[in-house]
Design a binder for this molecule. Structure first.
Ligand SMILES: C[S@@+](CC[C@H](N)C(=O)[O-])C[C@H]1O[C@@H](n2cnc3c(N)ncnc32)[C@H](O)[C@@H]1O
Length: 251
């Protein structure tokens, strides 16, 4: 995705909309693999959660993720507080929006462990043949300073640590001794997502929650393919959420 497209996407997001590519119709009479999903439920607890709304307003200019998925992260971090132990980690931080939201919720829920925020700060890596849109280098319009400024100066958060570099290849060793209760994977492509779960799975505590962003997105076919590969694994529960998240819970 080029810079102009990323900027347009952010403007559209801020207006409360999501930019999606409408897939071409399949052969006449066939049912499409992708179509716009329109859930009919109307319950909207994010509108009544004052702490969330404030937190979201504080990070909205630093995220590409819509309010529904932000609220789900907010709620799932709270759920992970029921587990006895484990750090939290996000891979795919960009300008720090969802990472700061996770850190803020973790602090408010009394989770004592650190939230690790991992990014190359040089854009997407490991794009390949399984990926529908990404070619590598997208989302490089950020840097570590932007995220540090958001965390420390604007939000006053002291429970997050940045790991700069390709994860897990370059930075995994810094946290290899830890157990994890929560992991947000927002890396856009197949091979990165696959390498991350290959590294973190044995370090997730039972009941630990992994959230994949962009699952089901037409632009991120590699992420969807990677999640589908886990569907038959007996050591995890996999939930397809229509909002563009896949949620995996370790048994
Ligand atoms: C879509 S952006 C993340 C969006 C962010 N979560 C937000 O709140 O808007 C994807 C990010 O993943 C990073 N990334 C992709 N693969 C990575 C990897 N293996 N290690 C570290 N960062 C990675 C890219 O640099 C990019 O900043």
């Amino acid at each position: 995705m080029n810079r102009a497209k990323t900027a347009l996407k952010r403007i559209v997001n801020r207006m409360g909309f999501e930019m999606v590519r409408i897939p071409k119709a399949g052969a006449p009479g066939s049912r499409p693999e992708h179509e716009i999903t329109r859930p009919i439920a109307t319950y909207s607890p994010w509108n009544r959660d004052a702490a969330f709304l404030q937190a979201h307003a504080d990070i909205a200019s630093h995220t590409l993720v819509d309010i529904y998925r932000c609220f789900e992260l907010w709620q799932l971090v709270e759920q992970s507080a029921k587990l006895d132990r484990g750090s939290l980690i996000e891979i795919g931080v960009w300008r720090g929006g969802t990472g700061a939201l996770i850190a803020r919720r973790a602090a408010a829920c009394g989770i004592p462990e650190t939230v690790y925020l991992c990014d190359t700060f040089a854009g997407v890596v490991k794009a390949g043949g399984r990926d529908s849109l990404y070619r590598g280098g997208e989302h490089a319009d950020t840097n570590r300073g932007i995220v540090e400024d958001l965390l420390r100066n604007r939000l006053g958060l002291g429970n997050a640590e940045i790991l700069e570099g390709v994860f897990p290849d370059e930075t995994g060793r810094r946290v290899e001794h830890l157990a994890f209760r929560f992991c947000h994977i927002d890396v856009d492509v197949y091979q990165s997502a696959r390498d991350i779960i290959g590294w973190i799975w044995e370090r997730m505590v039972p009941g630990g929650i992994l959230v994949y962003d962009d699952y089901g997105s037409y632009n991120c076919g590699g992420v969807t393919a990677h999640v589908e590969e886990q569907r038959a694994c007996r050591d995890r529960l996999l939930i397809h959420n229509l909002n563009g998240h896949a949620i995996v819970v370790k048994r």
